[in-house]
Design a protein around this ligand. Structure first.
Ligand code: BES
Ligand code: ZN
Ligand code: ZN
Length: 478
């Protein structure tokens, strides 16, 4: 819960006070603070170092000075991380009411506060018997406005994606995700939904998608939501997410150490769903096709096998060189289906696609591969404006050779083995984009999930990678 107010709360609260060095030096503490307290702080004659926390008890209230140092030297994620550390510090932990007095009233700063609160303090505790029973509230000493309300909406979309990724694989089946999508679009006028279940996928020939799900007790689903925010004749942008609800690797089984986090392999689909919720809240004037390809890559007697050759919706035969390269198969069918039936102007896909992306870029940057410089630059600009960082890697004609097969039209594993794995996976997808020349691929394998205690301002678990980036993209460039 977030409220806005122009006065400090009267009841016992923890009040976070982000302070720049220069504020102390110039003795310009905010006038909302009691005069006596201002004098005390000024007399301390200290320098509020960046990232340091200084607690102070004054009457019933606990003040927590949160050092910013020189604010001009702080990156956006670092600023968010510092404010988050104040919100989750021991000094304020026992208070259910927290207030924050921003050092300036710029929307930019207050947005960082909102993100630090909604995204930074999010944690997945559904299955903990001891969880924070009372929900905490934050009061920001600032004037409410539309930009800030929109920021809150976007953060809620991020957290929707995180809830889905964090959920148990056996809970978030395709049936479960379909229900969630129907909840998100319920009562909205500008959307139509199409669901392809096993029978329809079979009838229409989405055999690559079906193959990946062959060993599963759950149904495969391709769910498409068409949002019409502009004239029906205006071009559509398609956003397609990889939704593998669990990736065992199939018969090319993953090893211990690699398999444990694979409930996150629907992070792309979750990002699409979070973005969908945001778009329906913010209603940009553009047309968007949201699509999620849902399947489970597990093993039983019926599971698809290495060496199989399967022809998907596009009519291209695919050699299954490795059953663990399943994401590209599901995406290939989803992309071909949308290309054929909707002929969108642009396609963006988002997927936890390759371990190679993590090796190339680590955990702070998602990978981008694109055939169109304008689209790529717009996405990079959106990345720059949000904390969904993005780094572009190349796509070029000679990559075709890396996915050639001896027995089929294309192979789902790149060649030479281990070389440029993120690029060859992208090249595989590109070959299913058909006549759509404006295509971008986002690999969020390294950014969608945090193992261990936390990273930057994210706690353990899902990050909602891609949601802020894509929402910003559609609001500004589509
Ligand atoms: N879902 C994985 C990619 C992944 C790895 C996501 C680690 C998040 C964290 C994907 O389906 C996969 O297994 N890719 C293989 C491809 C290989 C067999 C060509 C990989 O990256 O090892
Ligand atoms: Zn896999
Ligand atoms: Zn996968």
């Amino acid at each position: 819960m977030i409220n806005f107010s122009n006065i400090l709360p009267k009841s016992a609260s923890a009040i976070v006070l982000p302070l720049e060095e220069k504020t102390i030096h110039n003795r310009k503490l905010p006038s909302q603070l009691p005069r006596e307290l201002r004098t005390i702080i000024t007399q301390l004659k200290f320098t509020p170092k960046s990232g340091k926390l200084y607690p102070l008890q004054y009457g019933k209230n606990r003040f927590l000075i949160c050092g910013l140092g020189n604010i001009d030297k702080l990156s956006r994620p670092r600023l968010c991380e510092i404010i988050k550390s104040a919100f989750s510090s021991d000094f304020v932990r026992d208070y259910s009411k927290i207030a924050i007095l921003p050092p300036n009233q710029s929307n930019d700063f207050i947005k960082r506060i909102i993100e630090a609160w909604l995204i930074g303090t999010y944690s997945w505790d559904k299955y903990k018997s001891e969880r924070d029973s009372q929900k905490k509230s934050l009061t920001i000493l600032a004037k409410e406005n539309q930009i800030l309300q929109d920021c809150i909406a976007v953060c809620n979309g991020v957290n929707l994606a995180r809830d889905l990724v964090n959920e148990n694989a056996d809970v978030k089946t395709s049936q479960f995700l379909e229900k969630k999508i129907r909840l998100v679009i319920r009562g909205k006028k500008d959307v139509k939904i199409e669901v392809l279940n096993k029978t329809q996928l079979k009838k229409k020939g989405l055999n690559l998608h079906l193959a990946v799900n062959q060993g599963s007790a759950n149904e495969p689903k391709l769910i498409i939501i068409r949002y019409q925010g502009a004239e029906p004749k205006s071009p559509y942008t398609a956003l397609v997410g990889k939704g593998i609800t669990f990736d065992t690797g199939g018969l090319n089984l993953k090893l211990s150490g690699n398999i444990e986090t694979m409930k996150m392999d629907m992070g792309g689909a979750a990002a699409v769903m979070g973005t969908l919720q945001n778009i329906l809240a913010l209603k940009p004037k553009c047309n968007i096709i949201f699509a999620v390809g849902l399947a489970e890559n597990v093993i039983d007697a019926k599971a698809y096998k290495p060496g199989d050759v399967i022809t998907g919706y596009a009519g291209k035969s695919v050699e299954i060189a490795n059953t663990d390269a399943e994401g590209r198969l599901v995406l290939a069918d989803a992309i071909s289906y949308i290309v054929k039936n909707d002929n969108p102007k642009r396609i963006i896909d988002i997927a936890t696609l390759t371990g190679a992306c993590i090796i190339a870029l680590g955990h702070d940057y998602s990978g981008l591969v694109s055939t169109d410089n304008v689209l790529a630059n717009h996405l990079l600009q959106s990345a720059d404006k949000t904390d969904d960082r993005l780094w572009r890697l190349p796509s070029y004609p000679e990559l075709k050779e890396s996915v050639q097969s001896n027995i089929a039209d294309i192979r789902n594993l790149g060649y030479p083995k281990g070389a440029g794995g993120m690029l060859t996976a992208a090249e595989f997808l590109r070959q299913f984009t058909g006549k759509v020349t404006k295509w971008a691929h986002l690999d969020i394998a390294g950014t969608a999930y945090v193992e261990g205690k936390g990273r930057r301002y994210y706690n353990h678990g899902a990050t909602g990678a891609g949601v802020r980036l894509l929402t910003h993209y559609f609001l500004n460039y589509a």
